[in-house]
Ligand binder design. Structure first.
Ligand code: NI
Ligand code: MN
Length: 221
């Protein structure tokens, strides 16, 4: 049984049986999310920016979880004392809860100390046949058509806040290109520059018969 939880911003927990993976764990945005009680075995990071690295290092250390990230970012996390798996784009990685592959995202990536964080990534997860695409921070890219052809994701987690990522119009196009029937918007409303018109997003993606599931982190159970 695959359980997907939206923590807030770009942070998600995906649980499968007795293991769970966190993606971009900026868990400080949601006091209701009690990571200490969750069976977290892995943390996947799309890129090095603070709003995605979040509390990853602290959680990894306390839960003895492994951080998977692009090699430059993984190197930084290792320096901070976390267990890491350094990877790059384009190869399936096996885990206790399923498998994942890091894919291209068009975005920048710098470490908290200003060093280069490696390339930014999107991540496709396959958890017992449920294919979930976490776009990370990216603009709309033609890669999404290839991702549909190769992986046919059923669920897409897409940034809609604009300014640093896709906005609602581009995210609606991304949903269409990815062919995902369920879209969960993310990376909006957390700070002033990334406010988004959810109603407009709803209308735009309904045109493609896609279901927009707006998850409210404040209602997290
Ligand atoms: Ni970013
Ligand atoms: Mn971001």
């Amino acid at each position: 049984m695959v359980d997907l939880k939206y923590i807030g911003h770009s942070a998600f927990e995906i649980k499968n049986g007795d293991s769970a993976v966190l993606i971009d764990p900026l868990v400080s945005v949601n006091k209701k999310y009690k990571w200490k009680d969750e069976p977290i075995t892995d943390i996947l990071l799309t890129h090095a920016h603070g709003d995605h690295l979040g509390e990853a290092i602290d959680i990894a250390k306390k839960k003895d979880a492994e951080i998977t990230a692009i090699v430059e970012l993984a190197g930084y996390c290792k320096e901070q004392g976390a267990k890491v798996k350094g990877v790059n784009l384009g190869s399936w990685l096996q885990y206790s809860w399923g498998r994942a592959i890091f894919l291209p995202a068009y975005h920048s990536s710098s470490l908290p100390d200003g060093r280069y964080g490696g390339c930014a990534a999107s991540i496709l997860l396959d958890v017992d046949g449920v294919r979930i695409f976490h776009a990370g921070d990216t603009c709309l890219t033609g890669e999404m058509k290839t991702i549909r052809e190769l992986y046919a994701p059923q669920i897409a987690l897409l940034p809609i806040g604009g300014r640093y990522t896709m906005d609602v119009e581009h995210a609606a196009m991304a949903a269409k290109w990815l062919g995902a029937k369920t879209v969960i918007p993310m990376h909006y409303g957390t700070f002033q520059e990334i406010q988004a018109d959810l109603e407009k997003f709803h209308k735009l993606i309904a045109l493609n018969n896609t279901v927009c599931q707006i998850l409210n982190p404040a209602e997290l159970k």
